[in-house]
Ligand binder design. Structure first.
Ligand code: TEU
Ligand code: CA
Length: 559
């Protein structure tokens, strides 16, 4: 296996708006990030992924970009950005930026030109079509609700937007669009950034003819995304991008790709194909939902184990996995997969153990390292996320009762992850001296960084220890993975092995106590406990272990 810094590192995702506000306007900013770099250094992460910081009217918090070569005024200046890059590099950290090129903002100059007339040179930068008898060109639904087409008065045609109407899709079929994107990428790489997280990168190629999608009873717009996910030319585009841009730099790339299986993923990340280094797949993110994210579903531990095991097997020796359990689009990890009440600390540590010891590169989302939880604002007025607000409006119109809507929002809204980082127990959790753009989680007096740093048993120090273990033990990065007790519905256990080194990871996934039995065929002479989230007796055997709620242990097995 070839050694690479992005295989060995740990990534920390910053959602700048909610990270730290340095000037009291209620919005996190670049200077705020600079002030907290020593905190991140202390945690031990060495790669930072910044969610978008480019100029944007913020219809979707920066995922709608109006100028790729400018910093959003609320976040600071290009000078601040250059300073941030330098400060990170000074500390031995790498910096990855979000690349959002499936769409731009409708306020991007390209789109302003494009919509101005049918023969404008920029017309073909976007996807324009005539309507069908006063209806949109096809039945595709936007991922944020309603039609994926917006009628534009000026020229009497519709443009495609898979996300909000302020996020028109770029036309990747147009070679000039691709050149513009590659130029812009080089411009940033030449500034010294170390890679890209590529937003919905598997949506950039749409099926020719843009045919109608399947429609379910009662639906007006199709949720069938098969006509634009993993589309016909996506690999051609990525190989071109790689050849023209990526391959000229020592960088890392991770593509955000809903709707991929390991077989499909191989096409994007196979070492020999020269496209991307890693992907974010959505299989774990979909384990607890039905056809839409708003409808919950009960899941079993064996399903979760199957997902990770299948992805390991699928990419083994051919590609590289990424590991995440939350981000700015998802509920908080501890609320979703652990217990955010009685066993918050134990379960956050257990999940962290999994995240840092599976094969692949771990991604920590801001606040996760102190066990931040979901939030439940009483009124919709306190929510900010466009997806949440659109869905609320839609359901209200359908007559769904308020309590039902709010319950789903509390469980699954993207704003769960977007409340400000809780730094201390002062007003607004020390995030801002002003009025925060979104309210802080009321539990900040109990859950905050300052408190975590004073408690040697905190989730923070447990993360730090895991990161250190990963750094010191190549077996965690490069070792193979073998699931044991595959059928067990309470315990997730596996071995990681590299040459003569062998680690055993044991995780009790639930509140109920469980009994671990080491399979007979696993032999060992001696053992060493590397980390655990409960006190463990020094001489305790491991052939049979009664596990406490959410107990996690890593042992080194010696011959
Ligand atoms: O998200 C991609 C995506 O597919 C979303 O629809 C995702 O499924 C949804 O947020 C889950 O609720 C990316 C970004 O991560 C997200 O923040 C952006 O809103 C979106 O692209 C558009 O750029
Ligand atoms: Ca600010």
């Amino acid at each position: 296996m070839e050694r690479k810094w992005w295989k060995e590192g740990v990534v920390y995702q910053i959602y700048p708006r909610s990270f730290y506000d340095s000037n009291g306007d209620g919005i996190g900013d670049l200077q705020g990030i600079i002030r907290k770099l020593d905190y991140l250094k202390k945690l031990g992460v060495n790669i930072i992924w910044l969610s978008p910081v480019y100029s944007s009217p913020n219809d979707d918090n920066g995922y709608d970009i109006s100028n790729y070569r400018q910093i959003m005024a609320e976040f600071g200046t290009m000078q601040d950005m250059e300073r941030l890059i330098a400060e990170m590099h000074k500390r031995g950290m790498k910096i990855i930026m979000d690349l959002v090129v499936n769409h731009t903002s409708d306020e991007h100059p390209w789109f302003i030109e494009s919509r101005s007339s049918r023969d404008n040179p920029y017309r073909d930068y976007y996807i324009w079509r005539k309507g069908k008898d006063d209806q949109p060109p096809n039945n595709w639904g936007s991922r944020f609700g309603g039609s994926a087409w917006e009628y534009d008065q000026t020229t009497g045609e519709y443009y495609l937007h898979l996300f909000s109407r302020k996020q028109p899709d770029l036309n990747w079929e147009n070679p000039r669009v691709r050149e513009e994107v590659y130029d812009m990428m080089r411009w940033w790489l030449d500034k010294g950034i170390d890679g890209f997280r590529m937003d919905v990168i598997n949506m950039i190629s749409k099926v020719k003819g843009l045919p109608d999608g399947r429609i379910k009873k009662g639906e007006k717009y199709s949720k069938d995304d098969s006509y634009y996910i993993n589309g016909p030319r996506v690999h051609e585009y990525l190989q071109e991008m790689n050849k023209r841009v990526l391959s000229h730099y020592d960088i890392m790339t991770v593509g955000e790709t809903p709707g991929v299986t390991p077989e499909i993923a191989r096409k994007y990340v196979d070492f020999d194909r020269n496209e991307l280094n890693m992907l974010f797949h959505f299989e774990l993110m979909e384990i607890d939902r039905q056809s839409t994210k708003w409808k919950p579903r009960k899941w079993r531990l064996t399903e979760l184990k199957e997902i990770f095991t299948k992805w390991y097997e699928g990419l083994k020796e051919k590609g590289w996995n990424s590991l995440y359990m939350s981000n700015h689009d998802q509920p908080r990890m501890v609320s979703r997969f652990g217990d955010d009440r009685k066993y918050r600390v134990e379960s956050a540590k257990m999940l962290a153990t999994l995240l840092h010891t599976l094969p692949g590169t771990p991604y920590i989302y801001q606040g996760e390292e102190i066990g931040m939880t979901n939030v439940a604002f009483e009124t919709i007025a306190d929510y900010r996320d466009i997806e949440t607000l659109n869905w609320y409006r839609e359901k209200k119109k359908e007559g769904v009762p308020e309590e039902k809507i709010m319950a789903a929002i509390h469980r699954t809204s993207r704003d769960n992850a977007r409340t400000p980082v809780q730094w201390d127990d002062s007003p607004n959790a020390g995030f801002t001296g002003g009025v925060p753009w979104i309210k802080v989680n009321p539990n900040y007096k109990e859950i905050n960084v300052s408190r975590a740093l004073k408690d040697p048993d905190s989730i923070f120090y447990y993360y730090r220890k895991l990161i250190k273990l990963r750094k010191e033990n190549p077996v965690i990065v490069y070792g193979d993975y073998k699931l044991i007790l595959a059928e067990d519905e309470n315990i997730y256990a596996y071995l990681r092995r590299l040459e003569n080194d062998s680690l055993l990871v044991i995780l009790n996934f639930f509140t109920r106590p469980a009994r671990f039995h080491l399979p007979e065929d696993i032999e060992y002479g001696d053992k060493e406990l590397l980390i655990s989230n409960y006190p463990v007796e020094k001489n305790e055997g491991i052939r049979e272990i009664p596990l406490r709620p959410y107990e996690a242990r890593i042992y080194r097995l010696k011959k």
